[in-house]
Design a protein. Sequence first.
Length: 282
Amino acid sequence: MLKQRVITALILLALLLPALFATNPWPFMGLTVVLIAAGAWEWGRLNQMPVWITWAGALICLMACALAVQMGWVLHTPAWVWLMAGALWVLLGCWMIQRGVTGWGLWPSIGRWVGGLVLLALAWVAMVQAHQRGVNFLLSVLVLVWAADVFAYFSGKAVGGRWIKKKLAVSISPGKSWEGVLGGMLGVLLVAGVWVGLDRRLGGSELSFYSLLWAKGWWFALPALLFMAAMSVVGDLVESLVKRSAGMKDSSGLLPGHGGVLDRVDALLPTLPLAMMLLIWI
């Protein structure tokens, strides 16, 4: 399993890194749209749709992303789109977690499927737009999610359940603890502080997400970073809830050793659009 994980990770890095740093944005857009279409295919399977609909979902997602490019949304997206995406993730995400696995199964399957495709397409538009703002900006958003996950994991392992006895969402992900969430938030703040310092020292023209937040003031940056860390947890829990409802351990086996595409990007799905939403106030 470990060997598979390493090999898959190396192959993905070999594909993503050249596309990420290419002067032309099309390689990055092409590679990521294939991944997001694969996620749309997985989404159909998780919602137990017929095989032809799962493939149709991937095609619909590709067409939606192509339409976004045609409309110029990868360069400038109307503010209402990010406000809508942010509201959907905050309200529906929290509602889903509150209702639990049983509640998700009560939703009409077609509504769940269509809603997921919309959010997947919006996440892709946000990722591409973040890439257009600069590699430093995109990486800072990605690292925020990774830092929240890594720090949460080690905090949960070290002190999970010792201070707060009640689990975070025991029916969805029994291993997650409130101490892990708090540790993840602390990790995000530490990473943000270091990144802002590096931005100032290196003096590059491309500012990171952290520096843009900090330019607004610490009173804005701190709650915004904590909010982003919390929403990365929401994204993780939402995917876990859907998988548990479908009786599946992984979203697919497309990435040997890692599960599926959605297993790797679940926490990014809310945070990328939310990062673009926060830029509206900066």
